[in-house]
Design a protein around this ligand. Structure first.
Ligand SMILES: NC(=O)c1ccc[n+]([C@@H]2O[C@H](COP(=O)([O-])OP(=O)(O)OC[C@H]3O[C@@H](n4cnc5c(N)ncnc54)[C@H](OP(=O)(O)O)[C@@H]3O)[C@@H](O)[C@H]2O)c1
Length: 109
């Protein structure tokens, strides 16, 4: 797919990324922002909220105000946090189109 086609496909979308404070999740956030810099909403989640805020600021600095970035603290190992996650988002971020469920929780059975 061309970059123009990818941008068109993503424009106007709201994307949630778990584990966005480092590694693959952080890279995905930058990639989405660079692909559709004119009209995109990104919800970045992880446990380290201060790091998420830094990632959000870096993205904003690089691509500008066309991408709205919302850092949200979320521990995906806590079901009660996951359950209330969407309802606690600001209204304009609640209509989610894409989930990148990158944070991995390993449970020993
Ligand atoms: N890198 C690889 O080669 C590779 C290969 C195969 C699969 N994977 C999988 O890809 C995913 C990301 O890997 P990575 O290399 O990018 O790892 P990473 O750099 O360690 O990043 C993990 C991310 O997940 C977040 N996280 C960890 N536990 C969390 C929790 N309980 N709740 C919410 N967020 C949590 C961390 O943020 P906080 O600490 O701020 O919460 C961090 O942002 C993992 O699921 C990994 O198993 C990676």
């Amino acid at each position: 797919m061309s970059s123009a086609a990818a941008a068109k496909r993503l424009e106007g979308k709201t994307i949630v990324i778990t584990g966005a404070s480092s590694g693959i999740g952080r890279s995905c956030a930058f990639e989405f922002a660079r692909t559709a810099p004119k009209d995109l909403k990104l919800i970045l989640t992880a446990r380290r909220i201060d790091t998420l805020k830094e990632v959000a600021a870096e993205i904003q600095k690089e691509v500008g105000e066309g991408v709205k970035v919302l850092p949200v603290q979320l521990d995906v190992s806590k079901p009660e946090e996951v359950r209330s996650f969407v309802s606690q988002l600001p209204e304009e971020f609640r209509d989610i189109h894409v989930l990148v469920n990158n944070a991995y929780v390993y449970h020993l059975l």
